[in-house]
Design a protein around this ligand. Structure first.
Ligand code: NAD
Length: 316
């Protein structure tokens, strides 16, 4: 990667990825973009920024040409809970938007990174140690768009030689930007409420296990995979990756070790509970480990220490 365009750069991943990539590749070599400009954002101030609505193919094409982009990190999307609220828009942004990015990449010979998700699995998928290649019959529109995206990326590689790569992210936990309306968001909000209120109401019920990852590992995965030797990549797209799997009571117990007064109760949201129940409990990410050396640094305990320290700095 030399000249990088990030779509959806003001979201949870993009707002941290942009600075991370600017540190590695140089500020002027990483162009952040989003549908609208947020003057408050550090990302907009810090380096090149363009308005790119991924539903407008000309926005993508003009920006790629203007900056001589060779790699597109495509993050613009609607997440699971938001997508269930507006399935038509979720299909448009997640599938038509990706199609536009891939078309521009085909014409300009750009590489493309696109994240899929644990949402690409469904209730008929083996839930424990979910294999890399397995049944994928998701029951959410978000999941349907993610499977479609995985297939589209494979198709553009096989048919047109576009250098497409991607991972299936689990729930991502970070302190800089709040998550954009996913089912795993509780695992971020619990840290904020632990510090600010001393108590948390969880919208998922006890025993709901899902894969999760701390943001620094999620950012490293992008760089590692995009810089990996293409000859070693058998899968290219949609690599299972994970760093930890936990239930609400497990993350609560971990935080309570540092904040003994912290308490939690439950008020289950049936929509997000149904989505969570349809996703795996834990992924097998051995293929990513073998093909490009995936090896996360943070587990639940080290992530909790860092999250609490960073949030105290930010909020107190
Ligand atoms: P987010 O919702 O925080 O950010 C997405 C950004 O896309 C938002 O800033 C939004 O304004 C922008 N956007 C929406 N429509 C757009 C359009 N038409 N044109 C341009 N921008 C548009 O999402 P995120 O958490 O940063 O996720 C990024 C990617 O990673 C998505 O593909 C998502 O499915 C995937 N992912 C995220 C997680 C997670 O836990 N955050 C987990 C699995 C996969």
């Amino acid at each position: 990667m030399k000249k990088i365009l990030i779509t959806g750069a003001l979201g949870q991943i993009g707002s941290e990825l942009t600075s991370h990539l600017r540190n590695i590749y140089g500020v002027n070599n990483v162009v952040a973009s989003s549908k609208t400009r947020n003057e408050e954002s550090r990302i907009v101030e810090e380096g090149p920024f363009e308005i790119v609505d991924v539903l407008k193919v000309e926005d993508i094409a003009e920006t790629v040409k203007k900056y001589d982009i060779d790699s597109i990190i495509h993050l613009a999307a609607l997440l699971s809970a938001v997508g269930e609220g507006n399935p038509a828009l979720a299909w448009k942004v997640n599938v038509d938007g990706l199609f536009n990015v891939l078309e521009v990449a085909r014409e300009t010979k750009c590489a493309v990174f696109t994240p899929s998700s644990i949402a690409a699995f469904g209730p008929s998928t083996p839930p424990d140690k979910t294999p890399q290649d397995t049944l994928q019959r998701p029951t959410t529109m978000y999941g349907v768009t993610k499977v479609s995206g995985e297939l589209l990326c494979d198709y553009y590689f096989k048919k047109f030689g576009v250098d497409t790569r991607g991972v299936r992210y689990p729930g991502l936990i970070s302190y800089e930007t709040l998550p954009g309306g996913g089912t795993t968001d509780y695992a971020v909000h619990i840290y904020y409420d632990a510090i600010q209120k001393g108590k948390f109401t969880c919208y998922l019920k006890e025993g709901t296990a899902m894969d999760m990852m701390y943001m620094p590992d999620a950012l490293d995965a992008i760089v590692q995979l995009m810089e990996a030797d293409p000859n070693k990549l058998v899968h290219r797209n949609a690599f299972n990756i994970t760093a930890m799997s936990f239930t609400p009571e497990k993350i609560f117990a971990e935080i309570k070790k540092h904040l003994p007064e912290f308490s939690m109760d439950y008020h289950v949201d049936p929509i997000r509970q149904e989505i969570a129940d349809s996703w795996p409990n834990s992924l097998d990410d051995s293929v990513a480990r073998e093909e490009w050396g995936w090896n996360p640094k943070y587990d639940l305990s080290s992530m909790t220490v860092d999250m609490l320290a960073k949030l105290r700095e930010k909020l107190c």
